[in-house]
Design a protein around this ligand. Structure first.
Ligand SMILES: [Zn+2]
Length: 163
């Protein structure tokens, strides 16, 4: 009696071929549209930040001087070399007009001050230097001249032509 006890069952473990990650293509290098745009280097950004802070300081000084000169004309006590001129102007009945001009100037400067603050914020967010219309990096020269610029020259001229 042939006792065929073929209990010797080979436990077949299905070989699950490990996913050949080798064949997988490398991470796509196509940069996403929004984040991780290649902007200016840290060094450049520091450079722009310095320019902006410098302009900010100048405006704040101008505004402070402006405020002082206004006080001088209203009290009329401080008679320096320059204030005698402005008092003379006020005597001509131009005090009201002068005040309005000062106000206009102050608000214009105040507006620019806000632009500068916005630009500083964009540097913080690494969003600085990109054209808000086409997304390209604005030329360094342009940013040095107009650090608050948010448009490249092309878009800027295109826009002014449209209007
Ligand atoms: Zn543009």
């Amino acid at each position: 009696m042939a006792k065929k006890a073929s209990s010797k069952k080979k436990t077949q473990t299905k070989k699950t071929p490990a996913k050949s990650s080798a064949t997988k293509a490398k991470k796509k290098t196509t940069a996403p549209k929004s984040a991780a745009r290649k902007g200016y280097s840290k060094k450049d950004l520091e450079h722009f930040r310095t320019i902006i802070n410098e302009q900010k300081r100048e405006i704040l000084e101008e505004l402070a001087t402006l405020r002082e000169s206004m006080m001088d004309t209203s009290t009329g006590e401080y008679t320096g070399e320059n204030s005698s001129y402005s008092i003379h102007m006020a005597d001509q009945g131009g005090e009201q007009m002068e005040r309005e001009i000062t106000f206009m100037f102050a608000s214009r400067e105040g507006k620019y001050l806000r632009y500068l603050e916005d630009a500083l914020q964009r540097i913080e967010n690494s969003e600085y230097g990109f054209c808000r219309d086409c997304g390209t990096l604005i030329e360094k020269e342009r940013l040095e001249a107009v650090p608050v610029a948010q448009q490249c020259v092309e878009c800027k001229t295109k826009k002014s032509k449209q209007t």
